[in-house]
Structures are given as C-alpha cells and as structure tokens.
Design a binder for this molecule. Structure first.
Ligand SMILES: [Zn+2]
Length: 202
C-alpha cells in the first residue's frame, strides 16, 4: 500500500492569518486527542508532524479496518495543493459552467508543460502559467476558453478536486477517510472559511 494524503485547505485565509488559524486548529485537535501535541518524524515532505492521538477515530469514517500510520503536516505558506499523480482531466468555469478538457497534459515542478497530449486545445499551458503566477504573487486569472471572461485561478472547479490553492493546509498522511462533519468542524474553527479537500497518493 502506497502513501496517501488528505489535505483540508483553507481557501480564504490570507498569508497573515494562516499561522494564527493553524495554531487554533491544532490546539483543538490536540485537546480532542485526535493528534498529539508533540511533533515527531511522522509525515512526508516535512521534517515534523503531529502523530495520531488516542481519539483519532473521531476524525474518520466509522469502523476503519486499519489505523493511521502517519501524522498531520501543517502548511502555513502559499501552496498549490494537488493530488499528486497525473494531471487533472478537466476544469470547469464557475461563470458559464463549461468544462474544458485537459487530459493527458502533465507538468513539472516549475509548472512548465513537460508533455503535451490530446486534446491540444492550448488550455493547460495557460493554467500552468497561472499557477506559477499565483504561487509567486497570490493572484492570477485565466480567461475562460468558452465565455472569454477572466476567472480567478482559485475559482475554477477542478475535476476530482484535483487542486486547492491556499495559505493554510492540514495534510493528514495515511489516515482512513476523514468524515465530512470533521471537516466542517475545522471550517467552523477557521471562522467559517471555505475549505477545499484534496486527496492524493504518491
Ligand atoms: Zn466560462
């Protein structure tokens, strides 16, 4: 079984808010016994994370047949959270609801297109460039191929929730599926901010 992650992303938090909000959520998770306060080497891609606490079951769907074997990584910098393997198959405009296919196109770490495949509609390079811009500046738009209106990168609807863009992400490594009401509770702790949920594997 490979490593997988589930990331709850606050898509509304500003760069200035992220640290304070992250601390508030972690404090609650520790108080509830869902994770432990003391950080250890229990996550991927970060030096330290919070290992599962005695009450980790409160966060996950009922009766998982396995225990989480890694912990929680907390991200508090501007991050393009993605699902890992492969690229998204399509993206949908929130204005006109037209879906633009992207399948087959992949990119490298610098958001450059590393392989182009069908359909060759030229959409993916523009989204990839916008991701690079967003990562640098915190703002980017992509003109919709269908309605031609500029749409903020963060407003596009991704197939399979492939991406979420934000300054605060709670990344659970190798946990059973998180419960929707647990994610809602986190959203409430974040002051009612909208949250994205990105699932992926390495
Ligand atoms: Zn559109």
């Amino acid at each position: 079984m490979g490593d997988h992650f589930q990331t709850v992303v606050d898509v509304d938090a500003t760069a200035d808010e992220a640290q304070v909000l992250a601390a508030r959520v972690v404090e609650w998770l520790v108080a509830e016994g869902i994770v432990l306060g003391e950080r250890t080497d229990c996550v991927l891609g970060r030096p330290l994370g919070h290992p599962p606490g005695p009450n980790w079951r409160r966060a996950v769907e009922e009766s998982p047949d396995w225990d989480p074997w890694d912990g929680l990584a907390v991200h508090t910098e501007r991050t393009v959270f993605d699902s890992g393997q492969g690229g998204p198959e399509s993206v949908t405009c929130p204005r006109c609801e037209t879906t633009t296919p992207l399948s087959g196109e992949t990119y490298d770490e610098d958001y450059e297109v590393s392989r182009e495949a069908e359909p060759d509609n030229g959409a993916w390079p523009r989204f990839a460039a916008a991701m690079g811009t967003w990562h640098e500046t915190g703002a980017a738009t992509v003109d919709c191929p269908a309605c031609a209106r500029p749409v903020a990168l963060t407003d596009w609807i991704w197939e399979d929730d492939h991406y979420a863009f934000g300054h605060l992400g709670l990344e659970f490594w190798n946990w059973p599926e998180l419960r929707p009401d647990f994610i809602q509770e986190i959203s409430r702790l974040l002051g009612g901010h909208r949250t994205g949920y990105v699932w992926g594997k390495l």
